[in-house]
Write a protein that binds this ligand. Structure first.
Ligand code: PMP
Length: 442
């Protein structure tokens, strides 16, 4: 099949690179191409492969959206079928929506019974904040200081993170930031057996401050594994301990699973399962639509009914028939093709290979993650964050036809996040190329 996928040759118009960059940055902030010294345009995809405008293949080890791979024939089929039948269903109920809700809820703990459909992870997080506030009548939110929940004003307020072009927004005085539970660089390290509880205890003064301020406590919002903040896996037990404190103070616990949900973690379908935590609201995005605009919020009946007193919640495109059909198919394909298990197996191979590289290359400070949610922290000789080395490695990986990203406050953590279809050959390519490039640096 790959042979048929050679991209059409497109005529290349030589253009001043700075003009392209300025334009693309304005329209496509966060585009990986911009982090390269020489941008790459990708025009086709197949499974975990991408092809540039010259038909050259790249391994996609960065795109955290298409769990089931690019251009999956079953996604193409349901999308085409739905477009033939009905495109918009803003005002009426459609079986695509009810089937999708049933499928999503089948993956959730029993107490989560209601789905809201929107167009993105950002919107779903915005809605989560409003529901928490409507339900509690309070405004204050507690959130880890390395969070990322999207790009609109409401969520930037609780993201407080440099990757947002935030225009001066946030954090407001009703947002309390607490130190993220990073046991590699944070206040409590991996050799401390009580670090989960110690990180969780940082929430106590934050709750007290909100209660004293008059804003009150609406809840706690966090990615179950902070991603943009540095691919951080909190020590087991951290979230349940925080959730207990938040609930005891009357707040709602929101789990952002936009990056971590739907099998990427291999051993766990969701990050909250790894933590043994029971959220009141779960937010899904990115892979749920495999590239189609779709965000989902799942919550309890009681919280959902907080909106029943006022105007109806309405989103014109949220839960479009097209997105719902695609979303249902994504969840089925992950099951039918054993992609969660593939994430576990390939993730284990990757972690083993990366840990082996760490023993041989001093530029690797930490290898962390699970399944296909992986981070490689690059450091300088003095142990400080190696932003420049990271930028260099990303560019050189591209020369090896592998696309990877980077994250973290100092942008020094390589982020390996391929579609869940990646195979043993792809894993070997990543390890061998990284080995080669780090050897150049030694
Ligand atoms: N939450 C998390 C954890 C994310 O990483 C992102 C996007 N990177 C979002 C929410 C926002 O999703 P979207 O960009 O689809 O609105």
């Amino acid at each position: 099949a790959l042979l048929n996928l050679t991209a059409d040759k497109v005529s290349y118009q030589p253009t001043d690179k700075s003009t392209i960059l300025a334009g693309r940055r304005a329209h496509f902030g966060g585009n990986l191409s911009l982090t390269y010294s020489d941008p790459v345009m990708l025009v086709r995809g197949w499974k975990h492969h991408l092809f540039d405008e010259w038909g050259r293949p790249y391994l996609d080890a960065y795109n955290n959206v298409p769990h089931v791979g690019h251009a999956h024939p079953r996604i193409q089929a349901v999308a085409a079928d739905q477009l033939r039948r009905m495109n918009s269903n803003t005002r009426y109920l459609h079986p695509a929506q009810t089937s999708f809700a049933d499928k999503v809820l089948s993956k959730m703990p029993d107490h989560l019974e209601v789905c809201f459909f929107v167009n993105s992870g950002t919107e779903a997080n915005e809605l989560a904040l409003r529901l928490a506030r409507a339900h509690t009548g309070a405004k204050g939110m507690v959130t880890p200081d390395h969070g990322y929940h999207g790009n609109t004003t409401g969520v930037i307020d609780v993201s407080a993170y440099k990757f947002n072009a935030n225009g001066g927004v946030g954090p407001s005085d009703w947002v309390e930031l607490v130190e993220v539970a990073d046991d590699y660089r944070g206040s409590y390290r991996r050799d401390d057996p009580n670090r989960a509880q110690k990180f969780a205890d940082l929430v106590d003064p934050a709750i007290e401050r909100l209660q004293a301020s008059g804003h009150g406590l609406a809840g706690f919002i966090a990615e179950t594994f902070p991603s943009v903040g540095g691919q951080i896996i909190p020590p087991k037990g951290y979230l349940p301990a925080v959730y207990d404190k938040i609930r005891a103070a009357g707040g709602i616990c929101i789990a952002d699973e936009v990056q971590t949900g739907l099998g990427r973690l291999g051993e766990y379908y969701f990050g909250f399962e790894h933590q043994g935590a029971s959220p009141d609201i779960v937010v899904l995005g990115k892979p749920i639509g495999n590239g189609h605009p779709l965000g989902v919020l799942v919550t309890t009946r009681a919280i959902a009914e907080s909106f029943a007193q006022g105007p109806e919640f309405f989103s014109t495109f949220g839960g479009s028939t097209l997105s719902c059909r695609v979303g249902t198919e994504v969840l089925k394909i992950v099951e039918d093709e054993g992609l969660q298990e593939n994430a576990r197996l390939r993730g284990t191979d990757l972690i083993t290979g990366l840990k082996d590289l760490k023993t041989r290359h001093s530029a690797i400070g930490d290898v962390r993650g699970m399944g296909l949610f992986l981070g490689v922290e690059l450091i300088n000789a003095d142990g400080t964050e190696a932003t420049d080395i990271c930028a260099y490695v990303k560019n050189r990986m591209r020369d090896h036809r592998i696309l990877i990203g980077s994250e973290g406050p100092k942008d020094n953590i390589l982020k390996i996040r391929p579609p869940l279809t990646i195979d043993a050959e792809g894993v070997a390519m990543i390890i061998e190329s990284l080995d080669h490039i780090l050897t150049e640096l030694d």
